[in-house]
Design a protein around this ligand. Structure first.
Ligand code: ZN
Ligand code: ZN
Length: 408
């Protein structure tokens, strides 16, 4: 077997054994782009070998979506397959595992009227809610595994012939997910252990704030009251550990929406709706980004920040060491799962409930400093020149990272 095939097999095995941590006899519900049919068959084979009882796949087709948006009457765009999502939600609650194969053409809907695209997406998001809730509540084990979609490969490697671009993207995926290592399963066990150690350390320290210092950056990010750090393998409600994201390198928590001060410069470009936003600079006062600039793509960023008041406040802060396998690829992936995991990052917009003790909602969520917004956009600030300190309320500080690497 050649190296490519071997790595693909290892990735499929990782998705089933580490990503899902599939239980014997469990049902699997997969979603995937239609282009991934061969990869899905490989995943199904691995799942059955691990004892799956039934592997069902629901294929998405961006070409079909395009045809609908171009040809269907506008009122028709409010329709979404609620019956399908309700069925998925029921299956998850009854114990089926959820396997999402990611990878799409970021330009698939280019040239279509944005209001039609928005209308269809909104209807779909509303109908999908029961399934999404089951997933975010971790009623079952789930994972997202990447597939080198040709459209995605074209975006990452413009100018290369498609076949070459796809091959290069697969290689980057193997590197980022550790599928190219001798024993990827053992590598992930060690990786999860390291992430959980950091989470336990940070949760025990209960820092009041983090201080980021690097070229163009001098930023204090206050942490929400009763914040919780998360990262790596996550237990389901029933106590089964799964890895929702392949890859993942971050430990992350909720900032306090009103306690962010100072200036910060992006360390890597941000892919936003198919465009690259480069050289982002922001200045925060009492949690609000009073000044935001970008050397390139500022318009796209500005439109995002105009969504609502919370879009100019932070909903996530994440620590990622600079010497990780994704950063080492040196690529911009145009995919959040990869790009945010390349470096320490902050996110404009919505905070996660699971980053606050007791998962408060509504007024309680806001009172503790949780930020609310319709958007959540991660942008990378970490680098090999970034130092990070944990700050206690009395002003004492503990070095956490030096030159982008953990020192605890
Ligand atoms: Zn993150
Ligand atoms: Zn995020």
């Amino acid at each position: 077997m050649d190296a490519f095939k071997r790595n693909l097999e290892k990735l499929a095995e990782l998705a089933i054994r580490v990503g899902l941590n599939l239980e014997k006899g469990q049902e699997v519900i997969a979603t995937a782009p239609i282009e991934a049919v061969d990869f899905v068959r490989l995943l199904a084979e691995k799942a059955y070998r691990e004892g799956a009882s039934l592997f069902t796949v629901i294929y998405g087709d961006q070409e079909l979506a395009r045809k609908r948006l171009a040809l269907a009457p506008e009122e028709g765009l409010d329709k979404a397959p609620a019956w399908l999502y309700e069925g998925m939600a029921r299956a998850f609650r009854e114990g089926a595992a959820r396997l999402a194969v990611s990878g799409s053409d970021p330009k698939a809907l280019e040239g279509l009227p944005p209001e039609k695209v928005g209308r269809a997406q909104k209807a779909n998001a509303r109908a999908y809610k029961p399934a999404l809730e089951a997933i975010t509540e971790f009623v079952t084990n789930w994972t997202i595994v990447p597939f080198a979609h040709p459209g995605w490969a074209r975006a990452v490697f413009p100018g290369l012939p498609e076949e070459e671009a796809v091959r290069r993207l697969w290689e980057a995926i193997f590197q980022a997910t550790r599928a190219d290592q001798e024993d990827p399963i053992a590598a992930w066990e060690a990786h999860n252990r390291a992430l959980h150690e950091k989470v336990a350390y940070l949760n025990a320290r209960r820092f009041h704030a983090l201080h980021f210092k690097g070229p163009g950056t001098d930023l204090v990010v206050g942490l929400a009251e009763g914040h919780l750090w998360q990262g790596g393998a996550t237990p389901t409600k029933g106590g089964r550990l799964c890895n929702p994201n392949l890859p993942t390198e971050e430990v992350f928590t909720a900032p306090h929406r009103e306690r962010v001060e100072g200036v910060v410069r992006a360390s890597r470009p941000l892919a936003l709706g198919g465009t690259l936003v480069e050289g982002i600079f922001a200045r925060f006062e009492r949690g609000f980004a009073v000044e935001v600039r970008a050397e390139k793509g500022e318009e796209v960023l500005r439109r995002l920040l105009d969504t609502d008041e919370g879009a100019r406040r932070l909903g996530e802060v994440a620590l990622v060491p600079a010497d990780n396998p994704i950063a080492k690829t040196g690529l911009v992936f145009f995919d959040t799962l990869f790009d945010e995991n390349a470096a320490s990052h902050i996110a404009f917009g919505q905070a996660y409930q699971e980053n606050l003790e007791g998962r408060p909602s509504g007024e309680a969520f806001r009172k503790r400093g949780g930020n609310e917004s319709l958007v959540h956009v991660d942008w990378m600030i970490g680098s090999e020149e970034m130092d990070v300190d944990g700050l206690h309320e009395d002003g004492t500080r503990v070095p956490l990272m030096r030159r982008g690497r953990w020192v605890v």
